[in-house]
Design a protein around this ligand. Structure first.
Ligand code: AMP
Ligand code: GLY
Length: 439
């Protein structure tokens, strides 16, 4: 089978890397891909980003299965487009992708279906938003309604910061926030304290297959200091998600979400990612939904997965048998048992100079360590030109490794990083610290 992965980040490299290990695969195409996918003999980059052109290409190439990495194409309706031509694709429809692409939609949805989340209100009027902040006080969280390339959330520790965020997000001219229909809106919500975890499930209608748990590190600097980023490193599993918490998340968050989407006529297919906040007392709330896999969480998760990933993704695209909205059915996805390497996997992101504010690109990456059984370097913001790699984005590489313990996995990753150098390279030296400390 020929397979297409849409996207160009570390997540997509890891997905393609894992898919290419399947004996069922003839070739894995990555559109548009990066400098890492360009150099793997089993992968082939396709320089197309327009979803209509990509759909035409996939059809003429006879692609059997497509997987969408990032949220952009999902919110443009790439899944609807492929399905309209009877092509199998892993991802949610444009309507279902609103769970991520509109914070206002997802918060209202959670309220309607009693899914635990932070208390909130939505505003399009700046004066009302400012007055709400004055009434509630800080800390308080301000979120842009639309997709904002990771810049749409401000955790304001004082009210001045909150007011500034409201003005920035509601203004129409920053070019960073993609406003949804109806114009600029902000969601203002209660600050939640606790530990975060990433909980991802592969879905079809009411069926959900949980992937291994993981934890991201959102802040740029060690000890969780500095600005928020797209994610500076991740590990799997996340010990904070105990079996009890796992069951609670499935019961209180995942099931009601899938049922709610079904009832509302927008059944969910593809990856659903619940960003969790887990309090000291074991209370779990949904910080956000993403309708795709996490980056960098996917990189360590793919390293631990032992199943044939093609079989799993293929099963998720089998049509549902019942049309009755809430009929329980045994979907082929539910017959799959995922098998995970018992070891820990840990990935550390190497980012460019100036990330996340003012990214510099074009720095040369002279050499990279060879892949081993337990260590892989996934590319994100790289290109391979004239026989060398250079940086093309904020997050450049994700060095990922398996180890018997967090400390052992860290050792393998940080030893490999010793052999990588590009000008301005930034990375955290403490990925996995919470799991190590048992907190
Ligand atoms: P989001 O995109 O909604 O996940 O937000 C990005 C990051 O902001 C999260 O990973 C959290 O670290 C933080 N955050 C979001 N919402 C809250 C909240 N209600 N309370 C505390 N921190 C939050
Ligand atoms: N690592 C967080 C995300 O993918 O949204």
């Amino acid at each position: 089978m020929k397979i297409l992965v849409i996207g160009s980040g570390g997540r997509e490299h890891a997905l393609a890397w894992k898919l290419a290990q399947s004996k069922k695969v003839q070739c894995v195409y990555v559109a548009p891909g990066n400098g890492g996918t360009a150099c793997d003999a089993r992968l082939q980059n396709v320089p197309i980003t327009d979803i209509h052109a990509l759909c035409d290409w996939a059809q003429s190439e006879g692609i059997g299965l497509t997987v969408v990495g990032p949220e952009g194409p999902l919110s443009q309706g790439v899944v609807d487009l492929f399905r309209s031509r009877a092509m199998r694709i892993v991802g949610p429809s444009k309507a279902a992708a609103q769970l991520e692409s509109s914070k206002a939609f997802s918060k209202a949805f959670m309220l309607r279906h009693r899914i635990p989340t932070a208390e909130f209100e939505t505003f399009s009027d700046a004066a009302l938003a400012h007055a709400y902040v004055e009434r509630k006080g800080a800390p308080i969280v301000i979120k842009a309604d639309g997709l904002a390339a990771g810049k749409g959330v401000v955790v304001a520790m004082d009210t001045a910061q909150a007011h500034e965020a409201i003005d920035w997000m509601l203004s129409n001219d920053t070019g960073v926030v993609v406003h949804n229909e109806g114009g600029a809106r902000v969601v203002i919500e209660e600050f939640l304290d606790g530990q975060e975890a990433s909980f991802m499930v592969l879905c079809n209608g009411l069926s959900a297959l949980a992937l291994a748990t993981s934890q991201d590190h959102k802040r740029l600097l060690d000890q969780d200091l500095g600005p928020n980023t797209g994610g500076m490193g991740a590990y799997s599993p996340a010990p904070i998600v105990t079996p009890e918490i796992h069951a609670k998340v499935m019961r209180e968050i995942i099931r009601p979400t899938l049922e709610g989407m079904m009832k509302e006529g927008t059944p969910f297919t593809g990856f659903l990612y619940a960003g969790l906040m887990i309090s000291k007392t074991g209370d779990v709330k949904t910080l956000e939904f993403n309708t795709r896999l996490g980056d960098p969480e996917t990189q360590p998760i793919m390293m631990r997965l032992k199943n044939d990933w093609v079989d799993v993704l293929w099963a998720s695209t089998e049509p549902s048998v019942h049309s009755d909205a809430l009929a329980r059915e045994v979907h082929p996805l539910e017959r799959i048992e995922l098998i995970w390497d018992r070891r820990v996997a840990l990935g550390v992101v190497l980012a460019s100079h100036g990330y996340p504010q003012a990214v510099r690109t074009g720095d040369l990456i002279p050499s990279l360590p060879k892949e081993t059984e337990d260590c892989a370097v996934f590319h994100a913001g790289t290109a391979f030109e004239a026989g060398q790699w250079k940086t093309t984005g904020g997050r450049v590489l994700c060095v990922s490794a398996l180890g018997g313990t967090i400390t052992q996995a860290q050792q393998v990753v940080y030893d490999a990083i010793e052999h990588i150098h590009f000008e301005g390279m930034q990375y955290r030296t403490d990925i996995g610290w919470r799991a190590k400390k048992g907190i």
